[in-house]
Design a protein around this ligand. Structure first.
Ligand code: SAH
Length: 258
């Protein structure tokens, strides 16, 4: 009996897969990948002649059937998901099916596009005095969002926020966010973070809708919102010269950065 390894492919740049993930691809007997977002360059890590299947044209039942046949012939199957598999990866339904059939599996995490987007714009989501919370969310689409997580109510917390799967309806995103954030709150849209054709748009809740329309971005983008994108914040306590902790004795004579 073979096994299944769910692998986070990372956000796009093939160098952003983990070493463990790339080794799993190199050792795979079969690969099922989410063709709409996974960089096909990653498939070049596989042994020559390894069968590959694009799951974007398959149903859950077909994916499970493929896996079942493969593991019964002793194959090691890599199921490659974009970014990190735990975020909008639709892996739980596969896990349940594999468990019901007694098929062994494991999961290798990946770099989510939310972190690739933050890296592209060189920002930190959790700034002292600004926000210590990051909300990852989306607009309801064909997949509903529970009422208590409606974007309007999440906006009231004015945390740092990353919105997936929603750029096609930037107008609704902006009007929901304005229920909590002020109209001059900074917004960054990162299209295809870490890919060669990555694009970054910076604006505010007042301007971003027009900017996105003008750029013609309708998919594969992160919408990042919050004052973490601005320039105001307090320095960290962790590296403050007067602050003692387990690894360092505080002193007041350290040079204070401005
Ligand atoms: N598991 C993935 C998310 C899959 S859902 C992850 O961890 O990143 C697909 C959504 O992710 C897209 O609609 C888009 O909002 C976002 N996304 C995926 N790849 C992206 C990239 N390279 N740049 C920006 N957003 C991306």
């Amino acid at each position: 009996m073979g096994k299944v390894i769910f692998v986070g492919a990372g956000p796009g740049d093939p160098e952003l897969i983990t070493i463990k993930g790339s080794m799993a691809i190199a050792e795979a007997d079969r690969i099922i990948y989410a063709g709409s977002l996974v960089n096909p360059a990653l498939l070049e890590l596989a042994k020559p002649g390894t069968p590959v299947h694009d799951s974007s044209v398959l149903t859950l039942e077909q994916v499970i059937e493929l896996i079942e046949n493969a593991v019964h012939s002793g194959e090691k199957v890599v199921r490659l998901h974009t970014g990190d598999p735990s975020i909008y990866g639709a892996i739980q339904e596969q896990i349940v099916a594999l468990e019901s059939k007694g098929i062994d599996y494991s999961i290798i995490p990946g770099v989510s596009s939310v972190f690739a987007a933050a890296a592209s714009i060189k920002k930190e989501f959790t700034l002292p005095g600004i926000s210590q919370t990051l909300i990852l969310t989306r607009l309801a689409g064909r997949t509903p969002v529970p009422e208590q997580e409606d974007l309007k109510s999440l906006a009231k917390h004015r945390t740092s926020m990353a919105i997936f799967l929603s750029i096609q309806d930037i107008g609704s995103v902006v009007s929901a966010l304005l229920e909590g954030y002020s109209k001059d709150t900074p917004v960054a849209v990162v299209y295809r973070a870490s890919w060669k054709d990555e694009q970054v748009i910076r604006g505010t809740l007042e301007t971003i809708k027009e900017q996105v329309k003008e750029a013609g971005i309708r998919k594969q983008a992160q919408i990042l919102v919050g004052d973490f994108l601005g320039s105001q914040f307090e320095r960290s306590k962790l590296y403050d010269p007067s602050f003692s902790h387990e690894y360092r004795e505080g002193t007041l004579s350290g040079k204070v950065l401005t």
